[in-house]
Design a protein around this ligand. Structure first.
Ligand code: FUC
Length: 828
């Protein structure tokens, strides 16, 4: 067996070309032996604000650039539909008369305007005179261990290398170009943008100054003559932006004019790129009250240019590794590492097991989060920060009926809690705009947000007053769902300060809205009306198709989660007892979860059929994941109903849909089914855009496919992998809850669990061999483990009677803050 492996490995090494030794230094690389032809083959870099897609082309290199705050529009307009609230009683009357069509038409009158769009900033073109026919030893990679991209090749006896990283401490892009022979670097670097722009120079720097549109319609809105509009400078909407480039070299010549930077006869050149926008917060005119983007970009460039390359790199690495190195995951099999990533993915898609590709995918998700979510008020959007299109799919906005939430599922558990700050910023803003929306649209206190938002924290139901379908436009649980992250952050971090200063006020005001929103049905049970279940359509017993009804399971599950968490938060903080009581009373009257005639968890108020039984959203399973109301251990009947629902839905879906299902199957403690979906998520889709709502998979650059690209599937996949290894949503640390057979041996270090515990685990032949728990507080850590464990030394570990013996053994471990405890499997 061993021999076969060695033969196979050497065959792979030989077939992979001549630069092998260099890429084997870390398994954490995406690497290729040809330049990117399509955007989905290019490699993403980012410092959470500036983003770059590196194509690695030889003579005409393209670097496509983004800036996290570059959006169209300006602060939200208030009261965009003053008539909205008057329709609410009519909608409700129609619903309680079971006239769903009428409710749908009336609800359309309660819509507002669309969100704005996330925009591409600029393209950098590097033109170097190299005849493609002379190129050999081509190699490019993205190294996740140091967040840097490398391209190298040889032409006419000269090796050229190009390295790029984007520094968070220095807020610039650093591009290092080198020739192995003196004076052989000859290239021009130019910049252009799809937005309005002009180039200028001060002799040293190439400066691109641009302006964003005041309005960009979503790509699916096709009825306006002018889908992209610009306003005059000095009006409120349409931010300014600037990109600055400077080349530095010890030899050769550098000439900069408005057409670009021309470098001749150099050997080693550093190009520093800075960029900024005038975005000055969600409620400030980015134009007349905007930041001075010119000053910011100029200062950042000047400061970085004063540093040595080694210094810039060392600062970048120290900053990045501080986050990235917190977690390691090792899964079996390393043969695939000797293959270029696209070939590796192809081989995997053809059925070859490659768990170490899955661990690369896991770390890629962590890398992408660090690279796309570090900018105040600008969390990772539908494409993280990487978007090349002026009218990107779904405006590359924040879609908060699943997509934005999915982006942040891995944040806490993957030990990247700092990356959630931009999401909290947006939540604080939504709580402000959402208060206006709650008043104007429903005449209710508290705050509400619907299914879309943007950098301006738009909170109204979208749809352009009547043109959107209520099955997505009028769904109103987006804000409530996001509040889950606030409470969870307290559960992972234990920070009472965060809970009292940031989380609780937002949660309380969201709960206030929902308390005012719930109405009694004829039996006196509290329901939501109108209610939709993202983007699904029911068929009533009379055969009517509709989206708008009463008390969808998702609405009530999210409200259950919000109220439960708000009550717990009030308890921890020792305040608002009367309000917490009113939430408790409401919870007791909430329309309960229902099991339908097929044994499924009902999605609707009644046991109706679905127009599309395999619909990609699995909204009604919120209580299983990401909620914690349902679990095979504590509520086995409801869990069995969830399983039935998942079986009916099937395993199809877009990228994010499959990712969601990985998480739910892991919560059902079925590792092999979760892994089946992971394999499908990682199915190679080819270069083009997979189309249609049921297409998912993965591109050559490991970006998740959704027509065309959405980053949520990457993050959801990363989260799913954690859910297979560690769950702690009920406060118990469940170790290896859904380990698939193919991951029979492995180790993971640094996962974070609720209660602030960091967990390291090793397992062999499918059995946990040891676990180390690092505690941040004095207390009792409850563990559920697949095999009996014992203390290695004098740890205080005691068995606890399990409520459900089918799911492992339960222990209580006494912990002290700052101490680590290693426990071992009992070998019998
Ligand atoms: C939701 C999904 C779509 C898409 C969009 C951005 O509406 O149903 O598939 O992901 O968000």
């Amino acid at each position: 067996m061993k021999q076969i492996k060695i033969v196979l490995l050497s065959a792979l090494l030989l077939s992979a070309g001549t630069v092998r030794s260099q890429q084997r230094d870390t398994p954490l690389k995406l690497w290729y032996n040809a330049p990117a032809k399509a955007w989905t083959q290019a490699l993403p870099l980012g410092n959470g604000r500036l983003g770059a897609m590196v194509f690695g082309k030889v003579s005409d290199e393209l670097i496509q650039l983004n800036e996290a705050t570059l959006w169209s529009g300006g602060p939200v307009d208030n009261n965009v539909n003053p008539d909205a609230a008057k329709y609410l009683p009519q909608v409700r009357a129609a619903l309680f008369n079971e006239n769903y069509h009428q409710a749908d038409s009336l609800l359309r009158k309660m819509q507002g305007v669309y969100s704005q769009s996330y925009l591409p900033m600029a393209d950098l073109h590097l033109r170097q005179q190299i005849e493609e026919g002379t190129v050999s030893d081509y190699y490019r990679d993205l190294n996740l261990a140091n967040a840097a991209a490398n391209t190298r090749f040889t032409s006419n006896g000269v090796q050229y290398t190009r390295d790029m990283f984007i520094s968070a401490p220095d807020q610039v892009i650093v591009y290092h170009l080198k020739a192995s022979k003196k004076g052989q670097l000859n290239f021009t670097l130019s910049a252009s943008s799809q937005l309005h722009y002009q180039n200028s120079t001060n002799g040293k720097d190439l400066v691109l100054k641009g302006k964003a549109p005041s309005q960009v319609d979503p790509s699916y809105v096709d009825y306006n003559k002018e889908p992209i509009k610009y306003e005059e400078a000095g009006s409120c909407k349409g931010m300014r932006f600037e990109l600055r480039l400077r080349a530095i070299s010890v030899d050769g010549t550098i000439k900069t004019d408005t057409s670009g930077i021309t470098v001749k006869n150099a050997t080693d050149v550093i190009v520093i790129v800075s960029g900024a926008t005038s975005f000055n917060g969600y409620d400030k005119c980015p134009d007349k009250d905007g930041k001075n983007e010119d000053k910011i970009a100029a200062e950042q460039l000047a400061k970085a240019a004063a540093r040595k390359l080694n210094d810039l790199y060392a600062r970048h690495i120290t900053d990045y590794k501080r986050f990235f190195n917190r977690v390691s995951l090792s899964l079996p099999g390393s043969e695939g590492e000797a293959l270029p990533t696209d070939e590796r993915l192809r081989r995997y898609t053809a059925g070859k097991d490659d768990p170490s590709l899955e661990s690369l995918y896991f770390q890629y998700g962590r890398y992408l989060l660090i690279s796309s979510s570090r900018t105040k008020g600008a969390p990772a959007n539908l494409q993280g920060i990487w978007n090349k299109e002026l009218r990107a799919p779904w405006s590359s906005n924040y879609t908060i009926n699943i997509n934005t939430q999915m982006n942040y599922w891995p944040a806490e558990e993957c030990n990247l809690m700092e990356m959630q700050q931009p999401l909290y910023d947006l939540l604080m803003e939504l709580a402000v705009t959402g208060r206006q929306t709650a008043q104007h649209f429903y005449n209710i206190n508290g705050w509400v947000a619907h299914h879309n938002t943007d950098i301006w924290a738009i909170s109204n139901p979208v749809g352009d007053i009547g043109k959107g379908d209520p099955n997505w436009a009028n769904w109103m649980m987006g804000g409530n769902w996001l509040c889950q992250f606030l409470w969870q952050h307290y559960e992972y971090s234990g920070s009472k300060k965060f809970l009292s200063d940031t989380a609780f006020p937002i949660m309380k005001a969201a709960a206030q809205f929902s308390l005012g929103w719930l109405v009694p049905d004829k039996q006196g049970r509290l329901v939501t009306a109108p209610a939709t279940s993202p983007e699904n359509i029911f068929i009533t017993d009379k055969g009517e198709h509709g989206a708008v009804s009463v008390a969808t399971t998702m609405d009530l599950s999210i409200i259950h989660d919000l109220f439960t968490n708000t009550i717990a938060a009030a308890g921890v903080l020792g305040k608002d007892a009367a309000f917490a009581d009113s939430l408790k009373q409401a919870l007791a009257k909430l329309y309960p979860l229902q099991i339908g005639k097929k044994g499924n968890l009902q999605e609707w108020y009644k046991d109706w059929e679905d127009e599309d039984p395999e619909h990609r959203h699995i909204s009604h399973l919120f209580g299983l994941f990401p909620g914690n109301q349902i679990s095979p251990i504590t509520t086995p009947e409801l869990a069995a109903a969830c399983k039935k629902s998942l079986e009916i839905r099937g395993d199809g879906g877009t990228g994010w849909s499959k990712a969601w299902k990985i998480n739910t199957w892991a919560r059902l403690l079925d590792g092999n089914h979760a892994h089946k979906l992971l394999k499908e998520l990682l199915t190679f889709t080819g270069d083009g855009a997979a189309n249609g709502h049921n297409a998912g998979g993965t591109y050559a650059n490991l970006f998740c496919a959704h027509p065309p690209f959405q980053i949520d599937g990457n993050f959801g996949g990363t989260s799913g992998i954690v859910q297979m290894l560690l769950q702690s949503q009920t406060g118990t640390l469940h170790l290896l809850p859904a380990l698939p057979d193919v991951w029979n041996t492995g180790s993971v270090k640094g996962l974070l669990a609720q209660g602030g515990y960091t967990v390291d685990m090793d397992w062999k032949e499918g059995m946990l061999t040891s676990v180390t728990i690092h505690a941040t507080k004095n207390g009792t850590c409850i563990l559920r483990v697949p095999q009996r464990i014992k203390a290695g030394g004098n740890e205080q570990l005691a068995p606890v009677k399990s409520t459900n013996e089918d799911h492992g053994f339960v222990y209580a471990l006494q912990t002290k803050a700052g101490q680590s405890y290693t426990l071992y499997r009992v070998n019998r």
